[in-house]
Design a protein. Structure first.
Length: 79
């Protein structure tokens, strides 16, 4: 099956990118960008995995942002 990656700004490593449909500009905290991505590929989606996660350094600097990405992002996907 097709693997779709909703990416905020960083590209996947080349060996993964060549096997993946990459859509940039998706922020898991932004319900509208997630909804647009899901709607665009709705006909071929079978499952959704939330792999969004900040780097540990960023988490230490801004725990609220880390929570918003991990917990809030999952909430956005489930809704």
């Amino acid at each position: 099956g097709t693997v779709l990656a909703g990416l905020r700004r960083s590209a996947l490593p080349p060996d993964l990118a060549e096997k993946t449909v990459c859509e940039f500009g998706v922020d898991v905290r932004d319900a509208e960008s997630v909804r647009a991505l899901i709607d665009k590929y709705r006909h071929s989606l079978k499952r959704v995995w939330n792999l969004a996660a900040p780097l540990s350094v960023d988490t230490a600097k801004d725990p609220k942002a880390a929570h918003d990405i991990v917990v809030g992002g999952m909430k956005v996907i489930l809704e």
